[in-house]
Design a protein around this ligand. Structure first.
Ligand code: ADE
Length: 226
């Protein structure tokens, strides 16, 4: 996968890039690049944002600045770009990110993430340049960088070879294999600690009963979340 992140803070992604599953995905042929909106801004003094029409607090990322950055990177009109690759604007007003959307995005050959800043985007960016508007939760972050890292983390770990074992991401919380339910509890050694014993069934070596017990635990957790 070719993953590009447009941001005012490219340095914020240095730590993320070093994470093992990200490094594994990159070693497997994926790319992860940051693009600084400021590098191509058509405005003087590195300006990228402006005050909102109609008044109000904060600053809004300008549509002409984002257009210039997208054109410089891809060499085409961003309105056409979004028909060719998924362009995701990260915004608290977007579609809530869940495992099904992560699967959908992980199947794409290329993704572009647009981080907003301050009060967010001029709405024309979301309306005309983005194919998707995605939120990572019903709360507001100071910018889209952490949201972009959350999305990129969840997507990249789904790629073949990103995790140590091919099966690691198969049967996990909210996966189709677990009927979109939370994952069951895990235990490891010691089998007993301070009188807290690991459930007997897990030590029984009886695979069918283990499977049944795990599904039941997932169902209970799903019911508790509703
Ligand atoms: N930018 C600011 N808050 C956000 C959120 N909750 N999700 C995605 N992008 C954001």
């Amino acid at each position: 996968m070719q993953l590009d992140v447009f941001t005012l803070f490219p340095d914020a992604f240095a730590w993320f890039r070093d994470q093992r599953h990200v490094a594994n995905a990159l070693a497997g042929g994926s790319t992860f690049e940051t693009v600084d909106y400021r590098a191509t801004t058509p405005l003087s003094g590195g300006q990228v944002d402006d005050t909102p029409f109609g008044g109000g607090a904060g600053m809004v990322l300008r549509v002409d600045v984002v257009e210039a950055a997208l054109r410089a990177r891809y060499g085409i009109d961003p309105v056409e770009l979004r028909a060719r690759r998924r362009v995701v604007a990260l915004t608290p007003a977007g579609r809530l990110l869940d495992d099904a959307l992560v699967d959908e995005l992980a199947a794409e050959p290329a993704l572009t993430l647009l981080c907003g800043r301050y009060e967010g985007f001029d709405e024309r960016i979301v309306e005309h340049f983005a194919s998707d508007a995605v939120s990572i939760g019903r709360y507001v972050l100071a910018g889209g960088e952490l949201a972009a890292m959350v999305l990129a983390d969840a997507v990249l770990r789904k790629l073949p070879g990103a995790l140590g074992h091919a099966e690691s991401a198969q049967e996990e919380s909210f996966s189709a294999a677990l009927e979109r339910m939370p994952e069951y509890p895990h235990y490891t050694r010691p089998a007993e600690w301070r009188g807290w014993a690991v459930p007997d069934v897990l030590l029984s070596g009886h695979h069918a009963r283990v499977r049944e017990w795990r599904l039941e635990q997932s169902r209970r957790r799903a019911a508790a979340q509703d």
